[in-house]
Design a protein around this ligand. Structure first.
Ligand code: ATP
Ligand code: MG
Length: 159
């Protein structure tokens, strides 16, 4: 399905913004231009839901969650950052492994299965994109993913 990414992304962020605690601040840095992506909206929603839930789970009181979107090398680059406890450097790439969780004590407390990002990776790859994380232990985490895009919706349909 051809979807305008800005509208799609904002709608997901809105849903979290309505239910989130007042102690976390959302900041959006999204372009005004339209970018069309050929996606399975349910699957992409699942991916973004997981990334935002993780960001909220690990955000400290007063923390900021930042949403960014730019065009890099012909792909949309989406970024979701938090100011949470971060992930030690040696573990960052492993968070995309199935059932991997950075530390058991912390994870037991937080709930979840450790599958969210493994599924996200499969789905982003299936859409022709890549996903990765950058993190500073004690400072915060950013999840990045890319998606191929078009500047118009291809026409022909009215919905
Ligand atoms: P699930 O998503 O299946 O409910 P989960 O959130 O533990 O469980 P993933 O979303 O795959 O699983 O994340 C894997 C692990 O990566 C988490 O358990 C956590 O240790 C770490 N992690 C993910 N996102 C963040 C983040 N924003 N800040 C700190 N650690 C994170
Ligand atoms: Mg998760």
């Amino acid at each position: 399905e051809m979807v305008e990414f800005n509208v799609f992304f904002n709608r997901i962020i809105d849903r979290f913004e309505m239910s989130k605690s007042h102690k976390v601040l959302f900041e959006r840095h999204l372009p005004k231009e339209q970018y069309f992506v050929e996606i399975d909206p349910d699957k992409l929603t699942q991916v973004i839901d997981n990334i935002i839930s993780n960001a909220l789970k690990y955000s400290p009181e007063g923390g900021k969650v930042r949403f960014g979107m730019t065009v890099e090398e012909g792909f949309l680059l989406i970024q979701i950052s938090d100011q949470g406890m971060g992930i030690p450097k040696e573990n960052v790439d492993r968070i995309f492994d199935r059932f991997y969780r950075v530390d058991r004590a912390r994870s037991r407390e937080m709930g979840g299965t450790g599958l969210g990002l493994a599924i996200s990776k499969e789905m982003i790859n299936a859409h022709g994109g890549v996903i990765w994380a950058e993190s500073k232990y004690g400072k915060g985490t950013t999840i990045f993913f890319t998606l191929p895009f078009e500047m118009d919706d291809g026409g022909g349909e009215w919905d």
